[in-house]
Write a protein that binds this ligand. Structure first.
Ligand code: NAD
Length: 267
């Protein structure tokens, strides 16, 4: 196969949860450029519509905006039914919705139990619901690529002094628990679905910034990273998404692709 064929996604349908902004938008953008039809989900339909319009203007691809709360199973089931009916197939799912949700304290001893549950619901259970629905559609087709966005938080513990020094609340332990769950789920689901033609992989990004982060934190984090910087939006996640969505990764399943500038290799 040529390099072009290895990355050709012409006519494939990709659904990206939380695809209206940041890393989800980066995933949507690279998949649009590679030829996909897109389904962009956001909890607020107007955000999904804005992004759909922009991507359609830039790449002249069909983009369907949909409202989706991944924590609501009935909503998830309904959205995947619509997704399947749109073009008659669903080829790629990027399970991106999540993040460090909520405004409460991050420290375990002060953390409200309902905030912990919400974190796990959004980052793990929501992704599992989407895998359930997409997995069935893809297994019936005999083809599919599921990409779960995990995090290095699911792989290593954090040096919280870096956050304290920069007056930041840091990451709750339940975020790490959820993302470790996503990595485990990816592996086991790959075992279940790969014989049916469905590839299941994860991407574990390191910190992306600077966004709104304090300069001191950006410096500290960069200093702790072999490649000397945080991940850059609009660039650093795109290659991993394209690889795992395209024929270039046709012999890769159950993998956790770490995109962290080497953060997790330095002890
Ligand atoms: N930014 C980073 O440094 C980083 C690092 C590692 C992993 N990640 C992961 O990458 C993914 C995207 O992160 P981001 O930085 O772009 O975050 P973000 O907060 O900018 O975007 C997250 C998206 O998820 C959506 N979302 C949140 N709760 C939802 C729900 N219940 N239902 C549907 N959508 C919901 C948000 O609306 C948003 O569109 C997340 O899963 C995050 O955990 C991010």
């Amino acid at each position: 196969m040529t390099i072009k064929e290895l990355h050709d996604l012409k006519g494939k349908v990709a659904l990206i949860t939380g695809g209206a902004r940041d890393l989800g938008l980066d995933a949507a953008t690279v998949l649009a450029e590679a030829g996909c039809y897109l389904i962009i989900t956001s909890r607020k339909i107007e955000n999904a519509r804005d992004t759909a319009e922009k991507l359609n203007g830039l790449y002249s691809c069909d983009v369907m905006p949909v409202s989706l709360d991944v924590c609501d199973y009935n909503n998830v089931a309904e959205v995947f039914k619509i997704a399947r009916e749109w073009k008659g197939h669903l080829d790629i799912l990027v399970n991106n919705a999540g993040g460090n949700v909520g405004t409460g304290p991050a420290h375990l001893f002060e953390r409200a139990p309902e905030d912990m549950v919400q974190m796990i619901m959004t980052n793990l259970v929501g992704a599992l619901y989407c895998c359930r629905e997409a997995g069935q559609i893809m297994a019936n087709q005999g083809f599919g690529k599921i990409i779960n966005i995990a995090s290095i938080a699911g792989m290593v513990g954090r040096d919280r002094r870096m956050y304290q020094r920069n007056n930041m609340k840091g990451q709750p332990v339940d975020y790490s628990a959820a993302k470790a769950g996503v990595i485990g789920m990816t592996r086991d689901l790959a075992g279940l679905l790969s014989p049916l033609g469905v590839h299941v992989n994860a991407i574990s990004p390191g910190g992306f910034g600077p966004r709104e982060l304090p300069q001191g934190f950006y410096r500290d984090y960069s200093d702790r990273t072999p490649l000397g910087r945080m991940g850059t939006d609009k660039k650093d996640l795109k290659g991993a998404i394209l690889f795992l969505a395209s024929p270039a990764s046709d012999y890769v399943t159950g993998h956790n692709l770490v995109v962290d500038g080497g953060f997790t290799i330095w002890k």
